[in-house]
Ligand binder design. Structure first.
Ligand code: GLC
Length: 449
């Protein structure tokens, strides 16, 4: 069912992504379509269990690591510097993976409050971190590392209670068939993914990337996704739509849309044939693969605020790290992730289980419903005695709309302090107090009972 043109224009300012004919279309685009039928939109479909589970994982670690990490100039270095394939391939001879330890990485993710890790099992340079079992010798077992790094990763994840996800490129700068014989290349890709589906036990999901490189090609997605469903029925299937098509969904088997390096937008799922989740992936500096001279890093505050911005619209947050040449998570990334993880220790329940419920606050503030309980997220506070200057709002009243339920108390999760409030119809006006001296939790969350 399609929304009316007036509906589209009304919500245009919010930048809502819109389900239309089974795929997402940004409202700005939709509004350009001149005539839209006036039927009311259909119901929001129920998420399938794997999608529901994925949404409750909420926050994951993205890992970009491969031969390019040896050069330390980002994962596109082969393409950007036009390094010939036969020259680039020599990196394999010095790839030791001496610091790569799945358990250590998964432990960092656990302390960061992340529930899943998406690892680049093969990136665009064509080199595989897994044992390709004779498909090619361009893999980790044919390097000085001489081991299956994906196996190590999966075992480490399982030991730490983290769900392993596999990123796999679909484009390939190394494989001659990618340009010469695309059907033969797709057979190779299919066989590669089949190894990942059958050799590592239950996998949380598959995250593909690269179909945008041949936007008009027939990628035989039915065949690829059909094979995944057969071997891994509980795995999420994601295929990155790329920078220019954030929020779009293509193939009907896809379970989540992506918002690469973006702000996730609210999704209108009314009338969709199936419930699709959303995930925003983001670099912690300006590169996915390690870039030794990129100092443009996020702060702990940024991580917390970005995570909240994702959950505000019900999206997952997939935050990237680029391990060193040897495979260790660099110090800054580890420290920042673990520090943000302490915030999650205080605020985990509403972050993992909270869903948008029509409760809106001023500015960045918002409400989420976690299994029947309402939580309010309050930004830009300051120390209670006014020491810190320059915020937009500071302590004081915050008006939340759309609160239909009765309210008897509003309590900060971090200190347990009860807040004053007034309820007027579905408006809830809360007097937010600032951070007690000695604390600054960036975003404070209050439980409404
Ligand atoms: C882009 C880049 C790729 C990266 C991906 C992550 O598609 O090409 O290098 O892996 O984004 O979202």
């Amino acid at each position: 069912m399609r929304p009316t043109r007036r509906d589209m224009l009304k919500t245009l300012a919010g930048g809502t992504a819109l389900a239309w004919g089974g795929s997402f279309m940004h409202l700005a685009q939709a509004a350009e379509q001149s005539e839209a039928p006036a039927e009311p939109p259909g119901p929001v479909p129920e998420p399938e269990p794997r999608i529901e589970r994925f949404e409750r994982m909420a926050y994951g670690m993205f890992i970009h690591w491969g031969l390019y990490s040896l050069l330390g100039r980002g994962e596109w270095v082969m393409n950007q510097e036009k390094i010939p394939a036969n020259e680039y391939r020599r990196l394999r001879n010095i790839f030791t993976a001496s610091d790569f330890d799945g358990r250590t990485i998964a432990g960092i993710a656990r302390r960061a409050g992340q529930k899943y890790i998406t690892l680049t099992t093969r990136h665009h340079d064509g080199f595989s971190l897994y044992d390709t079992r004779g498909l090619t010798d361009y893999d980790a077992v044919h390097s000085p590392a001489a081991r299956d790094l994906v196996e190590d990763f999966v075992e480490g994840c399982r030991a730490e209670g983290i769900s392993p996800f596999f990123y796999h490129t679909t484009l390939d700068w190394d494989h001659p068939d990618f340009d010469a014989d695309f059907d033969a290349y797709l057979d190779y890709l299919h066989a590669s993914v089949e190894i990942l589906c059958t050799q590592y036990g239950d996998i949380g999901g598959f995250w593909f990337d690269g179909n945008w490189s041949k936007a008009d090609a027939d990628w035989k997605e039915d065949r690829l996704y059909g094979m995944i469903r057969e071997h891994q029925p509980e795995a999420m299937i994601i295929n990155n739509t790329g920078l220019h098509k954030r929020g779009h969904v293509g193939h009907p088997e896809i379970d989540s849309t992506t918002f690469e390096q973006g702000r996730p937008e609210p999704m209108d799922r009314r009338g969709m044939p199936k419930y699709i989740s959303a995930e925003m992936c983001q670099t912690m500096n300006m590169h996915w693969g390690i870039a030794k001279n990129d100092y443009n890093y996020m702060s702990v505050q940024d991580i917390i605020e970005n995570l909240c911005a994702c959950r505000k619209v019900g999206a997952n947050y997939l935050l990237n790290v680029g391990p060193t040449a040897e495979g260790a998570i660099p110090d800054y990334e580890r420290a920042a992730l673990e520090r943000a993880g302490q915030w999650l220790g205080l605020h985990g329940n509403p972050i993992y289980n909270g869903k948008p419920c029509g409760v809106a606050g001023p500015g960045a503030d918002f409400g989420l419903d976690a299994d029947g309980m309402l939580f309010l997220f309050v930004h830009h506070l300051r120390l209670g005695h006014g020491q810190q200057a320059g915020e937009v709002q500071g302590p004081g009243p915050r008006m939340f709309t759309g609160v239909a339920r009765d309210v008897s108390s509003v309590t900060w999760l971090d200190t347990g302090e009860d807040l004053e409030f007034e309820k007027d119809g579905s408006n809830l006006n809360v007097t937010a107090t600032g951070f007690p001296y000695g604390t600054n939790t960036v975003v404070r969350v209050a439980r409404v009972s």
